[in-house]
Write a new protein. Structure first.
Lengths: 569, 318
């Protein structure tokens, strides 16, 4: 397999060397493309990894049926049209969607791409023993039927007003049945060859892969557009940190593209002044937020720590406290210190797309320390002689954790000072990102375990529909020992009313009504104080000035249109 | 060469004959003045001591002269270069660098000295015991080998994970982590001292003056305290100075990795780590903490070098 790829890549290179006239738009004509993702790719099967780096790394090879472009609009990818109610692709009862594949598409091994592969992908991910990380995309899918080799129908158990979960976006690509047929269920992680070198329909194929280090890609000889892709090799390097990655593109020019540059704005500006590269950013749905722990994280509780069984938090469940914390924050300063043009003040956990953005919480945009102090006075928290408020012997002393990143530590320090002014004492803790987001149930430092009072990080959702995202704060999503600490409801927020809204949204088709429900849920979360949103963050990447065609995309893989990337002369 | 072992050191009043005879001599030359003379003749050691004293003075008294709160953020005055208001500039959140280096130095030096004392205590105890008592030698030295084989960082991660919350509730966040770090550095750096001390004790206990003490029935405890310990003082002193340097570097490495003290608690290692990204924008942020660490370690090493020469009677006076 690999040998043939190398041979083909070699042939391309040879053709290049033979020195035909410098043809415009010829496959492999632009030499090597160097990409750096400072978190290295560890597997090229996105179904077995939740990491963005793995999903994006594999997006050079694997493609979905439809994806989102840089404006968040859905575009057909391996199909000719997006099925909808109007064109009859979505059934009247909203319980099925029928995709018609584009004819003539081939896998990188030369075989035909058919509806069988699509149906197989669903079966692969929905296999319960397989541990598929993207199973959320297949929520409520009852069956996936093959109608004919180019038609596939997805049936849902309930009416699905937004049926574009399966096979849309970078997190739900199609894998080849012939390659993965023996890798179903528990055997999925054992198929190393397939997981490390999947066949795909995308512009590139894997020619060499060193896990957690580097991936080398060659052009896919069977790619549907004979003139693309433009590069004969793509080296996809991992490692280092965000600042080093930015430097390698902007200052030294060793790399052509660097991803996720959460670096202080003044450093980026200074690096960009070297003129070798351009910083690009785009706003999606990412929000840097603080999650409030509604359960008690007291270490004395032992195993019941940070669970609902351990009882509620001594003071954070009081909305007056969380509102005061939010009011004391001058978000403009946080933006200026850590984000620059890549950040905007937000008061919502759901700031985009525009129709879902609530305006009911805009009070948080103007910091008001006096009002915050008044709220706390009113709630009975009296200022002590040490400058820390207390009520019934409970001091407003907070342990505030986040992942290790200099921007986050800067934000932490600023917040500590802002909260000091309202009589709240803060202890800062930072944990290595690989541990914090690692999800290891045996580590006490993961963001799911939340052995602290507040924690700060960024989260977002793919695509433009917030239904699944807003469902993260249902009672059933609370991480606990019973769920092996899995679940997305970090604040341990639990409200029957909220759960009812989630169910209502799942059954609502009209866009306006859905937006209304989403805003209502967002406002409930804000009013309860479960989440203190800080900054609507844009994705920041950098590319070399000689690299053309980059369309920064926050709704899908950043490398979604890599087939169109070229090198300028 | 006067092959006379230092008799019990100047600190013990009932010293050897030399000390008893001293008052009768016309020119008073105590043992410690000899040591000082030898030490002073080592120029590097003298310079090292001057630098080290200066750093200690700066860290202890500096906060009274430059009384700016190291934690105070002033985002309007960020990334400034040297000025009268901020002699070493400010960081990217507008914190005064000089104040941070002073505060960081207090922590780094305190960690260095305390961890050194701990490792010295453990190392000397184990070294003397295993050198003096033959039965304990095997087990204690294997124990030392075991510790030598332990990788420091993974061990530290486990210890921090296991005991952090316990110590935090007992002593509060900052002193809790201080105790933890000092303890960890202490118990992972005593092995060299133990081995050196054991070697010296093995040689010493066969010497005539020890045999003489034994023959008149002096108990082991007293032989160790009176005759052995003062004679192994020189290697202990040297490893003490090396220990300070080692502890400061380990703490810096830990802070550099983002472990250890909370992120708003300055230590030299953390200042260096935080400044690394800003190296080209505000070079002060790496130069000064880096210089502070290097100078401290270098000066302490020179002091150790000088002390070794000064405390060794065979070198002294030559």
């Amino acid at each position: 397999m690999k040998a043939t790829h190398k041979l083909l890549a070699g042939a391309c290179a040879a053709a290049l060397l033979a020195g035909a006239a410098p043809a415009q738009a010829e496959r492999g004509a632009d030499g090597q493309l160097n990409i750096i993702y400072w978190q290295a790719v560890s597997i090229l099967n996105p179904f077995l990894s939740g990491g963005t780096k793995d999903v994006e790394g594999s997006s050079l090879v694997l493609e979905p049926l439809a994806r989102y472009d840089e404006t968040g609009t859905m575009v057909p990818w391996l199909v000719d049209v997006i099925p909808s109610l109007e064109n009859g692709g979505v059934s009247e009862d909203l319980k099925s969607i029928t995709w018609k594949l584009k004819p003539g598409i081939k896998w990188s091994d030369g075989t035909d791409f058919t509806a069988e592969d699509v149906a197989f992908t669903a079966a692969y991910c929905m296999d319960e023993s397989g541990g598929c990380q993207q199973v959320a995309a297949f929520t409520d899918v009852e069956s996936v039927e093959v109608i004919d080799p180019l038609t596939v129908k997805v049936n849902f158990a309930v009416a699905k007003p937004f049926p574009y979960g399966p096979f849309v976006g970078a997190q739900s690509p199609i894998i080849q049945k012939a390659q993965f047929a023996d890798c179903m269920g528990a055997k999925a992680p054992e198929c190393t060859d397939a997981n490390f070198g999947p066949n795909g329909t995308g512009p590139y194929v894997v020619s060499e892969f060193k896990p957690n280090d580097v991936v080398v890609f060659a052009p896919n000889p069977h790619y549907r557009d004979a003139a693309k892709p433009a590069f004969s090799t793509v080296v996809f390097k991992g490692g280092g940190d965000a600042a080093a990655a930015a430097r390698s593109v902007l200052e030294t020019g060793e790399f052509d593209y660097a991803w996720n540059l959460q670096v202080e704005p003044e450093i980026l500006t200074q690096m960009a002044a070297a003129g070798k590269g351009t910083v690009v950013s785009a706003f999606g749905t990412s929000v840097e937020r603080i999650h409030t722990n509604f359960s008690n994280p007291d270490p004395a509780l032992g195993d019941a720590r940070s669970t609902l069984e351990g009882g509620k938090h001594p003071f954070l469940t009081d909305p007056a406290v969380t509102k005061a914390l939010s009011l004391a924050i001058d978000r403009e300063i946080l933006v200026e210190a850590g984000y620059g043009a890549a950040g905007q003040v937000t008061c919502n956990v759901l700031p985009a797309p525009e129709i879902y953005n609530s305006t009911n919480n805009d009070w948080c945009k103007t910091p008001d320390v006096d009002e915050a102090n008044r709220l706390l006075d009113e709630a009975g928290y009296e200022m002590g002689s040490d400058g820390v408020r207390a009520k019934d012997g409970v001091r407003l002393s907070i342990l505030f954790q986040t992942s290790t990143n200099s921007v986050r530590q800067g934000t932490q320090a600023l917040l500590k000072q802002m909260w000091q002014e309202i009589g709240v004492e803060t202890e800062l803790r930072n944990i290595s990102a690989s541990v914090f987001f690692g999800g290891d149930p045996s580590s006490p430092d993961t963001f799911q375990k939340f052995y602290a009072d507040l924690e700060m990080y960024t989260n977002n959702f793919d695509g433009t529909d917030p239904e699944a995202y807003m469902a993260s704060w249902r009672c059933s999503e609370i991480p606990s020992p019973k769920t092996n600490w899995l679940g997305a409801n970090m604040p341990r927020f639990c409200s029957e009313e909220y759960d009812a809204l989630v169910a209502e949204m799942a059954g609502t088709a009209e866009l306006e009504k859905r937006a209304e429900l989403a805003i209502k849920m967002n406002d409930m979360l804000m009013e309860s104080g479960a989440i203190i949103p800080l900054i609507h963050r844009g994705g920041v990447s950098a590319h070399a000035v000689t690299l053309e065609g980059v369309k920064m995309n926050e709704w899908d893989s950043e490398l979604w249109n890599i087939a169109d990337w070229t090198r300028a002369e | 060469m006067t092959d006379q072992p230092i008799p019990a050191g100047g600190a013990t009043p009932a010293g050897g004959p030399a000390l008893v005879a001293a008052p009768a001599m016309p020119k008073h030359r105590s043992q410690w003045s000899d040591v000082w003379r030898q030490f002073a003749s080592h120029r590097g050691a003298l310079a090292g001591m001057a630098v080290f004293l200066f750093i200690i003075l700066l860290c202890t008294l500096g906060a009274f002269i430059h009384d700016v709160d190291p934690q105070k953020l002033d985002i309007r005055a960020k990334n400034q270069l040297m000025s009268w208001e901020h002699p070493l500039g400010t960081d990217n959140l507008g914190r005064d660098m000089l104040a941070q280096i002073i505060a960081g130095g207090q922590v780094s030096l305190a960690v260095g000295v305390t961890a050194m004392l701990l490792s010295l205590l453990v190392g000397t105890l184990i070294g003397v015991l295993s050198g003096y008592f033959r039965r304990l030698d095997g087990p204690l030295m294997r124990f030392t080998d075991l510790f030598l084989a332990l990788p420091l960082l993974p061990l530290l991660l486990v210890i921090i994970m296991l005991f952090r919350d316990m110590l935090r509730t007992a002593f509060g966040p900052e002193s809790g982590i201080f105790i933890l770090i000092v303890f960890v550095i202490g118990i992972t750096s005593w092995m060299q001292t133990a081995r050196i001390v054991r070697g010296d004790v093995l040689a010493l206990k066969e010497r005539e003056f020890v045999l003489a003490a034994k023959s008149i029935g002096t108990p082991s405890r007293r032989i160790i305290l009176r005759h052995i310990l003062p004679n192994v003082l020189s290697p202990i002193m040297v490893s003490a100075t090396l220990g300070v340097a080692n502890a400061i570097i380990t703490e810096s490495a830990l802070s550099f990795l983002g472990l250890g003290f909370p992120s708003d608690f300055p230590t030299w290692g953390r200042l260096l780590y935080d400044g690394a990204n800003f190296m080209t924008l505000t070079p002060d942020r790496v130069i000064w903490p880096g210089l502070a660490i290097s100078l401290t370690v270098l000066s302490v090493n020179y002091i150790g070098d000088g002390l070794r020469d000064a405390l060794d009677p065979r070198i002294r006076g030559r």
